[in-house]
Design a protein around this ligand. Structure first.
Ligand SMILES: CC(=O)[C@@H](O)[C@H](O)COP(=O)(O)O
Ligand SMILES: NCC(=O)COP(=O)(O)O
Length: 247
């Protein structure tokens, strides 16, 4: 019987909509509280260096308002380390960032930055923050994540989802197989395995079915779907699909 699969709801794109007009609404804190009421196991938010969606004050307000864990996504920079230590979230997910990208395009190159990330993660671990590395399924990146002292990896599912929506099903299935192998390898090294990026009702099943995966972080699709059916029902339907795949 696979262990329970948690759902972290990413509320970044509520802030994207707010920032498009520079208004005070829609409020990401309100979305976080609604997600909590709807049964989310955690709230995820990404404080990008360019502050294109979530802003510093949002992070502090979300942390203050919610009673479930906050997963603080950020680049491994000195500026972000200072902010995250002041915010004291339950968890941090270290992600790669490029200002020109539309969204997080790939995984972090942990293997290429071992010494610096060992120190960086060490500071967060000492502060009692659980650290996860947002990476692809490359075994070298998984091994490096274990080596630098991260407790968790989050596998980037964006490429799998893109291949699905482009109708490239054979390549999609190859990518899924690599994600499955990555999840099993990370678990064998004692890492907790999470997954996320680009997941939708159509693509969540095969990822939710991977027994080593303990948490999915889903945002963009849920916020879009909430325009049509409301955030609570969208979260409920996503959870239903996750549980059906897990059964
Ligand atoms: C790292 C990650 O996957 C998320 O933060 C998420 O996709 C929302 O942020 P962006 O759309 O800004 O990448
Ligand atoms: N880390 C992935 C995440 O938080 C949500 O990604 P998305 O569903 O907004 O693409």
């Amino acid at each position: 019987m696979p262990k329970k699969l948690r759902l972290g709801v990413n509320i970044d794109h509520v802030a994207t909509l707010r920032n498009a007009r520079g208004t005070a609404y829609p409020d990401p804190v309100r979305a976080a509280l609604l997600a909590e009421q709807a049964g989310a196991d955690g709230i995820t938010a990404h404080l990008r260096e360019d502050r294109r969606h979530i802003r510093d004050a949002d992070m502090a307000a979300i942390k203050e308002a919610i009673s479930i864990p906050l997963n603080f996504e950020m680049a491994a920079t000195a500026e972000m380390q200072k902010i995250v230590l002041a915010t004291a979230p339950h968890a941090v997910c270290l992600v790669p960032e490029r200002r020109e990208e539309v969204t997080t395009e790939g995984g972090l190159d942990v293997a290429g930055d071992v010494a610096r990330l060992t120190d960086y993660v060490g500071v967060l671990n000492e502060a009692g923050i659980r650290v996860s590395m947002f990476i692809g399924h490359d075994p070298r990146q998984i091994e490096a994540s274990a080596k630098i002292g991260a407790a968790v990896i989050e596998l980037h599912t964006g490429h799998y989802c893109d291949l699905h929506y482009e109708g490239r099903f054979a390549e999609r299935d190859t990518e899924l197989e690599a994600l499955r192998a990555g999840a099993a390898y990370a678990d064998s090294l004692g890492l907790e395995v999470h997954a996320g990026h680009g997941l939708t009702y159509e693509t969540v099943g095969p990822v939710a079915a991977m027994k080593q995966v303990r948490e999915l972080n889903i945002g963009h699709f849920l916020i879009g779907e909430s325009l049509f059916i409301g955030l609570g029902p969208a979260i409920g339907q996503m959870r239903h699909l996750m549980e059906a795949a897990r059964a």
